[in-house]
Write a protein that binds this ligand. Sequence first.
Ligand code: IMP
Ligand code: MG
Length: 199
Amino acid sequence: MRRALSFQSPTLHRVATPVRVVPELADRGVGEVLVNAEDLQRRVRELGEQISIDYAGRPLLLVGVLKGAVFFLSDLMRFIGIPVEIDFMAVASYGSATDSSGVVRILKDLDAAIEGRDVLIVEDIVDSGLTLQYLLRNLGSRNPRTLEVCALLVKPERRKVDLPTRYVGFEIADRFVVGYGLDYAERYRNLPFVAALEK
Ligand code: IMP
Ligand code: MG
């Protein structure tokens, strides 16, 4: 006799309890939490809903800037209720660990052409703005229909160039921050909040 397949895997399907990261943080150089996980989710949801309204009827292409924007982009697109595609670019900015120079090199280019498309660049953070200025020029020269920017964080005090950032998650003070995708020497991206790095 054949039995219907039943899916019973209570251990696998149980919702995991949040990872406790806080007790060890002091040893790892992580300071004050500037944006907590709850505020991140709330704001990312608002941005996704606004983008869905603004781009209604226009198939949207999100261009994530690797690696830091991956976390923001994947949360953001879950709150976008219109057809959306994603592509990625990786760039390296020459400079010190905490200051970019504006001289940018493409490590990975987009997979597909963007001519005639509605393109939204998704960035983790705009600091001096030099990296974004390069991206806007480079992608702009490929003749997209529209080209806009959605940045999770901006540091207004550090801005060297004036750029159109249509969507901004949070304005923060002039501190070097880590978490929710942002790194210092490739570490701390996994923190579920944005915190200042203690030097
Ligand atoms: P910008 O060219 O000075 O605007 O710097 C942009 C890039 O530098 C971002 O995409 C980040 O990768 C990195 N960056 C700038 N500020 C921070 C920070 O506070 N924490 C981590 N990365 C940062
Ligand atoms: Mg970085």
